[in-house]
Design a protein around this ligand. Structure first.
Ligand SMILES: Nc1nc2c(c(=O)[nH]1)N[C@H]1C(S)=C(S)[C@@H](COP(=O)(O)OP(=O)(O)OC[C@H]3O[C@@H](n4cnc5c(=O)[nH]c(N)nc54)[C@H](O)[C@@H]3O)O[C@H]1N2
Ligand SMILES: Nc1nc2c(c(=O)[nH]1)N[C@H]1C(S)=C(S)[C@@H](COP(=O)(O)OP(=O)(O)OC[C@H]3O[C@@H](n4cnc5c(=O)[nH]c(N)nc54)[C@H](O)[C@@H]3O)O[C@H]1N2
Ligand code: SF4
Ligand SMILES: [Mo]
Length: 763
């Protein structure tokens, strides 16, 4: 599918195109739209907002990008990552042929043929499985991939490899939100389309840096504000959206459930609950009501490090709204109590009857491009496609029948990604096939992760750039970017959209699904993987989800194109899709939502004498996740070349450092040295370090691998550390880079307006 170039009037900026072989910029860059052959409508490859864009193609290469004004979410806007994403497609670092270590772990990665690597994988997997059992091989995948590929990975694990152990990087992402959705509401999807923000008269954002992580959604917040909507933000850092919030609650990391219980306490005291809604549409209210009795604002204020009045005001503002939305993200979810935290947010929305109407709801802002679809398609440890359960007899019977296998041969649930690491150390797992994840940046307690991955008998990584993780692999398979394939994605709204193919893969790189199907054939299971296109896979996937919670049966490629996306559930071809959930029923058999009483429990690691400070981690606008893509884009890299330690002026004084001084931060697990970025927008007792970097720049050397009990997500947002002025700079330190980083940092943290200054600041 492509669009006539004639409709575009705007001149194109000079796009740089690299030559694969020399790595040099091409001598004939494209300078004007006249030379563009095709505009391919697609979506951004990064965050869950999934902004619509056109990739510009000339002479068979992607040379630029144009935002899509016709996509109902971004209306012609793109953020700095989206507008430079195209530069990764022709990048000189692209992997263009398979690599393999032929003589053991110490030998180098050398060029190999597809036949050699795929036969080696198949032979070694079989040999290891014969010796140690089927489950000795694990599959570790990721949600930057299309629904088709995520679906395929779950099927590949269960049918081709025959292992229980399949999981994915969403475990590190929104799994707490999944747990909360499943416990409270019964459906694992945000309740509202983003456009519902325009109907809300209060929006409460807890632990989401909307301005930097969902940049295009910010415009909806501002439009809502223009219509009089109130904004409450709870975050230990004064993020860009918090600067102009009506109420900013700079809570101590790890205290979210106390805050939310406290707000519910006030709402009950002030008679702001919706009794009819509670009676007709929920169960379990009395227990929750009794529990929050124990959370008066004075107590909560002490726990959270806030003023009691601020909690009371926030509760009133939220409770009095006719329609209110709550949005959470990883700030509230990346905790050992992440599921409980999500449940307390749902409790608040249920108690005030804020569901099933325009502008009323609760939802997580799903992070990864396909973070929503990726958590429905059956690549998860305990899941079959359509959010079905791998240990549920009916679900097993149905999926086995679609796949044409004997139900007895369908493995049961296995280890989530975070528990694969200890299983590797115990040598219970001896081989891993990884695709679309970079745990050597993204998993907590990096030194342990490295030991686990190095100890594998066979480690295979499929990526399009050599990641920090691929550096440790025995075999590296060159996969493809989103621009080289088609497939569907489900955005953070639950809207199923489609990537379209712009160009062919470079060199010998192959489409991910073709690699996986080829390997399945070599494992003797080709008959179950007889797919000739992503469309074939989608059609099987639709059937698997038919009648399930996330029902895609009524969605087709044509319908996605015609409607600019379709919201699931969409049970049949005539069904228009479901933008807003819970208008009539919640996702449980009785149709009622569940209250759960949640007792506040502090984070697993609290400051003590040796490690007196709180460290929290997260993102910056310029980089995406492990940074394996964005660190290769010159503009993005220049703004944020390496990590920094964000700290309040008072903290800097206490540590005796000024802006730009190098600081060593230590935890029980590791240390990191980086320049100080001194700001007034973070709690004085808390440090923040962005996590987009690897090796000695990885903040995950320090983080705590403690897991949330239900969903096994790590506590990335809280651990105890010490900080001192560094004895010496690391070898990668560079004055020019540090200056650039500080300058970009200052710009981000500038308080832009009198309104911002009038806000409750952090001192
Ligand atoms: N630029 C950019 N955008 C992205 C991504 C990216 O890597 N870069 N990744 C995408 C993905 S996969 C994800 S998951 C999302 C993540 O999106 P977000 O969750 O918005 O991002 P984070 O920076 O991880 O954390 C959000 C905020 O939580 C705050 N926080 C820390 N501790 C606590 C706490 O205890 N309680 C509360 N309430 N807040 C706390 C942090 O200060 C931070 O501002 O972003 C998506 N978009
Ligand atoms: N300290 C700390 N750690 C964190 C977080 C935090 O806030 N703090 N956030 C966590 C969160 S929310 C997330 S989502 C994880 C993400 O953690 P990861 O999963 O490790 O991050 P990515 O960078 O998305 O890894 C994807 C890799 O696959 C490649 N890739 C991308 N798309 C494709 C594709 O279609 N096919 C193939 N074959 N390869 C592809 C990319 O080049 C990249 O190397 O990190 C987690 N780690
Ligand atoms: S907001 Fe997200 S989807 Fe949109 S351009 Fe930026 S990174 Fe891409
Ligand atoms: Mo994420």
């Amino acid at each position: 599918m492509s669009v006539d170039k004639g409709i575009f009037r705007r001149r194109q900026r000079q796009a740089e195109v690299f030559d694969y072989h020399t790595g040099e910029p091409s001598p004939t860059p494209w300078k004007s739209d006249e030379q563009i052959d095709r505009y391919v409508p697609t979506h951004c490859c990064y965050c869950g907002v999934q902004c619509g864009m056109y990739l510009k193609v000339a002479r068979g290469k992607v040379v630029g990008v144009e935002p899509r004004a016709d996509f109902p979410l971004n209306h012609g806007m793109l953020c700095p990552k989206g507008s430079t994403a195209y530069q990764t497609v022709n990048h000189p670092d692209r992997l263009t042929h398979p690599l393999m270590r032929r003589h053991g772990k110490e030998s180098p990665l050398e060029r190999a043929s597809w036949d050699e690597v795929l036969d080696t994988i198949a032979t070694r997997f079989r040999a290891l499985q014969d010796q140690y059992g089927k489950d000795t091989v694990s599959i570790y995948s990721g949600s930057s991939m299309s629904n088709e590929k995520c679906y395929l990975m779950g099927k590949f694990a269960r049918v081709a490899v025959g292992t229980r152990h399949t999981d994915y990087n969403g475990r590190l992402c929104m799994s707490s939100a999944t747990g909360a959705n499943e416990r409270s509401l019964g459906i694992d999807r945000a309740a509202n389309p983003i456009s519902d923000m325009l109907h809300a008269d209060c929006i409460f954002v807890i632990g989401a840096n909307v301005g930097e992580c969902f940049p295009i959604v910010t415009s909806y917040l501002w439009q809502a504000r223009d219509k009089g909507c109130k904004l409450i933000v709870a975050d230990p850092r004064q993020t860009p959206i918090a600067r102009t919030a009506d109420i900013f609650l700079p809570l101590r990391s790890g205290t979210d459930s106390a805050l939310l219980n406290g707000m519910l306490h006030v709402i009950i005291k002030e008679g702001l609950i919706d009794e009819d809604f509670i009676r007709e549409r929920t169960t379990g209210w009395e227990e929750t009501k009794a529990l929050v009795e124990q959370y008066p604002p004075e107590r909560v204020a002490r726990v959270c490090g806030l003023k009691p009045e601020a909690i009371i005001e926030a509760a009133r503002m939220y409770g009095r709204a006719k329609a209110a939305l709550i949005y959470t993200a990883r700030g509230l979810e990346h905790q050992s109590k992440g599921v409980d935290n999500g449940v307390t947010a749902a409790n608040l929305a249920l108690a005030t009857g804020n569901f099933g109407r325009p502008g009323a709801g609760y939802g997580t802002l799903t992070g990864q491009g396909n973070g929503q679809g990726g958590r429905e398609m059956g690549q998860k440890a305990s899941q079959l496609p359509g959010c079905r359960e791998v240990d549920n007899p009916e679900d097993r019977a149905y999926i086995s029948s679609v796949w044409g296998i004997d139900e007895k041969d369908l493995p049961h649930s296995g280890y989530p990604a975070t528990l694969m690491i200890p299983a590797m150390l115990r040598q219970e797992i001896r081989a891993c096939f990884m695709i679309c994840s970079n745990p050597m940046v993204s998993l907590p307690d990096q030194h342990t992760v490295e030991r686990a991955l190095r100890g594998l008998d066979l480690f295979v990584v499929t990526d399009f750039f050599l990641s920090e993780t691929a550096e440790l692999a025995d075999i590296v398979l060159p996969g493809t970017t989103w621009a080289e394939d088609e497939g569907t994605i489900t955005s953070l709204e639950g809207r199923v959209i489609k990537y379209n193919k712009a160009v062919e893969p470079p060199g010998e790189a192959r489409r991910d699904w073709e690699i996986v199907c080829d390997l399945a054939r070599r494992l003797g299971k080709g008959q179950y993987f007889d797919f000739h296109s992503p469309r074939d896979i989608f059609n099987e996937l639709r059937l698997c989800t038919r009648g399930a919670k996330s029902d895609y049966w009524g969605i087709t490629y044509e319908k996605i194109d015609a409607q600019n996306g379709v919201f699931w559930p969409c049970p049949d071809l005539d069904h228009p899709g479901t933008p807003r959930l819970y208008e009539q029923r919640f996702g449980f058999p009785d149709g009622k939502a569940r209250f759960h009483p949640i007792t506040y429990v502090p984070p697993a690691e609290e400051p003590d004498e040796e490690y007196p400070l709180v460290l929290t981690t997260g993102r910056v606008i310029y980089h995406y996740l492990s940074g394996n893509q964005t660190r290769r884009v010159p503009f993005l890299k220049a703004q944020a070349p390496y990590p920094w330690v964000e700290m309040h002026e008072q903290m800097a004084q206490r540590l005796g450092v000024i802006d730009g001084d190098w600081v060593t931060v230590r935890s029980r697990r590791g240390e990191l040295t980086a320049p100080a970025l001194v700001v007034r927008s973070i709690r004085p007792d808390t440090l923040f370090i962005p996590y987009h970097y690897g090796h000695t720049q990885a903040v995950n050397q320090l983080t705590n691998p403690v897991l949330e009990p239900m969903m096994k997500i790590p506590e990335y947002k809280v651990c105890a550390v010490s900080a001192t002025r560094a004895a010496q700079k690391p070898d990668w330190a560079n004055d020019e880079d540090t200056q650039a980083l500080l300058e970009a940092g200052r710009k981000r943290h500038e308080l832009p307006s009198a309104q911002a200054r009038a806000n409750p600041v952090l001192r």
